[in-house]
Design a binder for this molecule. Structure first.
Ligand SMILES: C[S@@+](CC[C@H](N)C(=O)[O-])C[C@H]1O[C@@H](n2cnc3c(N)ncnc32)[C@H](O)[C@@H]1O
Length: 366
């Protein structure tokens, strides 16, 4: 996951000779921000290699001694439900080691690999965003090699960072915790506004679509982020809203849903109210010739398709944007069941979205 939305601004430095790009990403999820920050931050290769050598020596010694030293275990509710005793001790050891690294850039780099290790060494089922424990027969044989998994992630990420650094252009990148729905403007806010937004808003509320908060919760709690359990509620559509959704391309579909399920219709309306509000505030940050690229999925609720692409076009239309084109693509790297039960009736499944739309609009009237 990368922070959203990505706003990019070109401004001239040094009398217009050097062109420098300012990039900004924002997300309410602290783990997303950590990963984005780590991926964007150059670390001198020698410095990183020195830390990784030191870490490897330490892990080797622990393995050789056949005993992982005891370290403080964070207070996470239900920890034993998600991890074996041995995994808890080993993760606690890694966590303490990372915590002692002085360089923040290196520490962040290590946290990223650690966060993935937490997920892989937990009893959570693979291939799902929601937190579900693996079946009992699998639990008994589940003995992940925590150090081995962590080492693999580190070496893959070290390689990835080296490749990215070669390609990295002259950019200034910042990551912000702004909640775009609430109109918290992410900083920096350049004069004239940003020129391009590339983002993929959630498909719908986290509760019934992709539960990013649940997916990141265990890792966030191990790292020690506050409010790790609140992410899904903070996300678009995560709470009830008093404001009424104005007439829009999704109105008809929501009314159709309402005819069979009032509560569900209200949840869906709350999501679009938030998405509309986010678009409103994002538009305020953009320049007079800005382009927006929104990656959206037209999901179905109760068998009714919600035209999110048309909604995005219409909302930006109210801010002087014209629709340029929509690119349809197959969803890459999809971590969702290929079948879901949209009516929540067991056995009644429908194919989930396999395609998403990249909606491109450009500001034509300031
Ligand atoms: C579909 S993911 C997109 C991830 C990434 N930006 C990408 O394009 O691959 C949606 C992201 O929106 C974030 N999000 C949800 N509500 C938000 C809000 N009100 N303000 C900022 N970010 C939000 C979620 O935390 C999640 O990471």
């Amino acid at each position: 996951m990368a922070a959203r939305p990505v706003l990019r601004h070109r401004h001239l430095v040094g009398g217009g000779i050097a062109v420098r790009h300012a990039q900004l990403g924002c997300d309410i999820n602290p783990l997303v921000r950590l990963i984005t920050t780590a991926k964007l931050t150059p670390i001198p290769p020698r410095l990183l290699a020195a830390h990784l050598d030191k870490l490897n020596d330490c892990l080797f010694q622990v393995e050789f001694s056949c005993k992982v030293p005891d370290k403080p275990v964070p207070e996470i509710p239900n920890l034993a439900y998600w991890f074996s005793e041995e995994v808890i001790r080993t993760l606690a050891f890694l966590r303490a080691w990372i915590d002692e690294v002085e360089e923040e850039t290196v520490r962040n780099f290590l946290w990223v690999a650690f966060s993935e290790t937490v997920r892989e060494c937990s009893y959570t089922r693979n291939g799902e965003f929601k937190l579900h424990r693996m079946p009992a027969e699998k639990l008994a044989h589940f003995q992940p090699d925590v150090f081995g998994i962590f080492r693999k992630k580190l070496s893959r990420n070290q390689h990835g960072l080296a490749i990215f650094m070669e390609k990295r252009q002259n950019v200034e990148a910042s990551v912000s915790s702004a909640n775009t729905v609430h109109g918290e403007f992410p900083m920096p806010r350049p004069l004239g506004g940003y020129d391009i937004v590339v983002t993929s808003p959630p498909y719908g509320d986290s509760h019934t679509t992709v539960a990013y908060g649940q997916f990141s919760r265990l890792a966030s709690e191990w790292i020690g982020f506050p409010n790790a359990r609140k992410v899904d509620r903070l996300a678009m559509g995560g709470h009830r809203t008093e404001s009424k959704l104005a007439d829009s391309p999704v109105t008809e579909a929501i009314e159709e849903i309402r005819s069979v399920d009032e509560k569900r219709a209200n949840q869906v309306a709350a999501f679009y109210t938030d998405l509309g509000s986010s678009i409103h505030f994002v538009a305020k940050m953009l320049s007079s010739r800005a382009t927006v690229c929104y990656v959206v999925g037209n999901r179905s609720v109760k068998g009714v398709m919600l035209p999110t692409d048309a909604f995005v076009i219409s909302e930006f239309g109210q801010h002087g944007f014209s629709h340029r084109k929509t690119i349809v693509r197959n969803i890459p790297n999809k971590r969702m069941p290929t079948k879901n039960s949209p009516s929540n009736v067991a056995g009644k499944t429908a194919a989930t979205m396999h395609e998403e739309n990249i909606v491109v609009c450009q500001r034509t009237t300031p």
